[in-house]
Design a binder for this molecule. Structure first.
Ligand code: IPM
Ligand code: MN
Length: 353
């Protein structure tokens, strides 16, 4: 297969983990005889510094021309601490999602048996937890009408029926391929937008008789995720709720550095870790590259290269088993491995298996 990949490394630890993701993809391509080409493009704070725009037109074109985007992270404290900054790195990520029509963000929450002890939750609750959060990504408060005055500000949580229908459809399609259980998370007891979600879901549920559909308020869902994470199979929710719940979900597995995601829709799909740019760790070679490497697995699977994806997952599992781990998940007396060393070990595993 020929694959053109746009590489958007971004800020903070982005470039370090990006390099490992690219190396892993290259190793897979060499092994299986695929032809992968890369084109790097600026985004986030790096792009603001270079050209004054967090998602420049040239980057957009590079993404449009590519088959997939391998994205890393954006964000820089110099913008976080400046509420009057008129342009922010995060706007680049939002512009990318909107311009590429990436309305579905797929965030799997998985656990790794050998890392269960790293989870803040009890072993017996976490073991075997395996669900997918499908987050609507181009609507809701993130993109609704806004006003930002000195004495009054608002964001509007607007959803249209087609927006709700298409994301629920993605949810049902995932549910059909999994344990056939879809949980629609909303706040229909308070929010009009949520009531539209619920109405549309109730209309669609009979079209998927093999799937059990249930509804849960977001406050309750956030509790249930901690009390009984195994309850969930596929969860579908709006943009803001999905943002919050997936950070919570990442704790279940013990490290944010482990969870990949895929964003799909009408344009070029994007594969990225769910974590941010961790600016404090920039250049220290301590960031976990596994979320990025698992994003490569999701990328391969998206193109139906399931053997290739499975090998990447196997290599990640093997690295964890072998205690080849970055500091935040390393065992007490374990050797020190950095971002680069973990990536190299995985590349080596792929070449040999
Ligand atoms: C995420 C991030 C982004 C979001 C930020 C960086 C804009 O937190 O991908 O979850 O809120 O969507
Ligand atoms: Mn987030």
């Amino acid at each position: 297969m020929n694959l053109k990949i746009a590489v958007l490394a971004g800020d903070g630890i982005g470039p370090e983990i990006s390099e490992q993701g690219v190396n892993v993809l290259t190793a897979v391509a060499e092994k299986f005889g695929h032809n992968v080409s890369y084109k790097s493009a600026l985004c986030g704070a790096a792009a603001i510094d270079a050209v004054g725009d967090p998602f420049p037109e040239e980057t957009f074109l590079t993404c449009q021309e590519a088959d997939a985007v391998l994205f890393s992270a954006v964000g820089d404290p110099k913008f976080d601490n400046n509420p009057s900054a008129t342009v922010r790195p995060e706007q680049g990520l939002l512009a990318m999602r909107k311009k590429l029509g990436l309305f579905a963000n797929i965030r799997p929450v998985q656990t790794f048996d050998c890392l269960i002890h790293k989870s803040p939750l009890k072993d017996e609750l976490v073991r075997g937890a395996d669900f997918i959060c499908i987050r609507e990504l181009t609507g809701g408060m993130y993109f609704g009408e806004k006003h930002e005055g000195d004495d009054m500000a608002y964001d509007t949580n607007c959803y249209t029926r087609p927006e709700v229908e298409r994301i629920l459809k993605v949810g049902y399609e995932y549910a059909l391929r999994r344990r056939r259980h879809l949980t629609v998370v909303d706040k229909a007891n308070v929010l009009a937008s949520s009531r539209l979600w619920r109405k549309v879901a109730q209309e669609m549920a009979p079209l998927y008789p093999d799937v059990t559909t249930d509804f849960m308020y977001v406050d309750n869902a956030s509790m249930r995720m901690i009390q009984e994470p195994r309850f969930f199979d596929v969860m579908v929710t709006e943009n803001t709720f999905g943002d919050i719940l997936t950070d919570e979900g990442s704790c279940i597995s013990g490290s944010m550095g482990l969870l990949p995601s895929a964003s799909t829709g009408t344009g070029t799909p994007v594969f990225e870790p769910i974590h941010g740019s961790w600016p404090q760790a920039k250049g220290l070679n301590i960031a976990n590259p596994l979320a990025q490497i698992l994003s490569v697995a999701m990328l391969l699977e998206y193109f139906n290269l399931s053997t290739e994806g499975a090998l990447v997952r196997e290599a990640v599992d093997a690295s964890l088993q072998a205690n080849v781990r970055t500091p935040e998940i390393q065992v007490a007396d374990g050797a020190r491995y950095g971002t680069k060393e973990v990536g190299e070990w995985i590349v080596d595993y792929i070449r040999k298996h």
